[in-house]
Design a protein around this ligand. Structure first.
Ligand code: SF4
Ligand code: SF4
Length: 373
């Protein structure tokens, strides 16, 4: 059952200070360069918690770090057999209970998608699971979407119904607080544990929260028809001209994949630390890197920028629709902000739709003509 409450704004800082003393707190912080990043906070009074601007990173890196040691290995010699062999010992992360505070719906939905990747029925990834399970997720209903956000087109925002522990909505002097619709005990427990910070909400508060939601929906007006693109990708051949136009602009930097809250490709390598021991490390990888699919003998089955870029877009807009019945883009707009070549998922989607409008060749993509730029 959904429970609602109110949190007075003046009670937020004391609550965060209390949380810090008991758990690890992660929230969006504006740094000295003006960048807002999800960061671990030791003292909330010593930092600028920024609930207005979209953080440039998502919480993906806290659940699936950019680099992590999976195991240590040691070369052991067996005197009886005279043989040597490597012994591996898994290094599971020791994670303090964590509160993720101020997570927007796009990023929380990205975590729900990552659950499917790292916790499939076939067997969970223990490294991801260890970080994911020991945490409370306090989301922030998004009232100030950025110009490149389109979570309304991917059904991932700006508000959530399920999949979080508590959702806060700014309704003026208070935050309206709600638990998820499905029966998620964490949110209820949190409200009981910190009951001194909360007071009850009225029907008028609930109505105000709904009005804020409606207003936020109206602010999301980026023109991008995700649904039509998904249908076209299933029914029509890929527009080659569009792919070539985008491919010449992609520099293979992987910025798009690294800022993306749902991109989850990784590579694993062994690092020698001495003649006797070393460690096995997992690092983020990206399908736009030239070496992503390179095999022994230098063969690369996915060669050329056009093929690599297509792989990324089709993974999100076609393959995951077939596998999970959802696109694996949450409309956060970060790749649009990031790519200096203008090769982002919005341009791709609009290009596919434009190609359909114009026939088999797309001369224009989105607002401008890529071919002439
Ligand atoms: S699409 Fe843009 S951000 Fe992504 S790899 Fe290519 S140049 Fe880099
Ligand atoms: S593809 Fe781009 S807009 Fe979609 S979730 Fe990833 S970074 Fe955000």
């Amino acid at each position: 059952m959904t429970v609602t409450a109110l949190l007075k704004k003046e009670n937020l800082m004391p609550l965060l200070m209390q949380l810090c003393q008991q758990q690890r707190l992660v929230a969006p912080v504006k740094n000295n360069y003006g960048d807002t990043l999800f960061s671990v906070i030791d003292d909330p009074t010593a930092v600028e918690i920024d609930l207005i601007n979209q953080p440039q990173n998502s919480i993906k890196s806290f659940l699936f770090p950019q680099t992590e040691t999976l195991s240590h290995y040691r070369l052991d010699h067996n005197d009886e057999t005279g043989r040597s062999g490597y012994q591996f010992h898994a290094t599971l992360p020791q994670v303090l209970p964590t509160v993720y505070f101020g997570v927007r719906s796009c990023d929380m939905n990205a975590v729900l998608y990552l659950d499917k990747i790292f916790n499939p029925k076939a067997g969970a990834d223990p490294y991801y699971q260890q970080r994911r399970k020991n945490a409370t997720y306090i989301t922030l209903a998004c009232q100030s979407p950025e110009a490149n956000c389109f979570c309304d087109k991917t059904q991932t925002g700006p508000f959530m119904q399920n999949g979080f522990d508590l959702q806060l909505t700014d309704i003026g002097s208070h935050y309206h607080v709600t638990t998820a619709q499905n029966d998620c005990p964490n949110g209820h427990d949190f409200l009981s544990q910190f009951s001194i910070s909360f007071c009850s909400s009225s029907a008028a508060d609930d109505t105000m929260m709904q009005q804020v939601n409606t207003k936020a929906q109206a602010l999301l007006n980026l023109a991008v028809d995700v649904e039509r693109c998904v249908t076209l990708l299933n029914d029509s051949p890929l527009p080659e001209t569009l792919l070539q136009q985008l491919a010449v602009r992609c520099q293979g930097c992987a910025g798009c994949a690294f800022v993306c809250p749902t991109c989850s490709c990784f590579t694993i390598s062994d690092q020698k630390l001495s003649d006797q021991h070393g460690e096995r490390v997992r690092r983020w990888d990206a399908c736009t890197f030239t070496g992503f699919t390179k095999m022994a003998g230098n063969h690369n089955p996915v060669d050329g920028e056009s093929q690599r870029m297509t792989k990324r877009f089709l993974h999100k807009l076609q393959h995951d629709v077939a596998l999970y019945d959802q696109v694996s883009c949450v409309g956060c707009g970060r790749c649009v902000d990031m790519c200096f070549g203008g090769v982002d998922i919005v341009r791709f989607i609009n290009g596919v739709c434009a190609a359909d409008d114009e026939g088999s060749t797309a001369e224009t993509v989105g607002e401008g003509s890529l071919g002439d730029e």
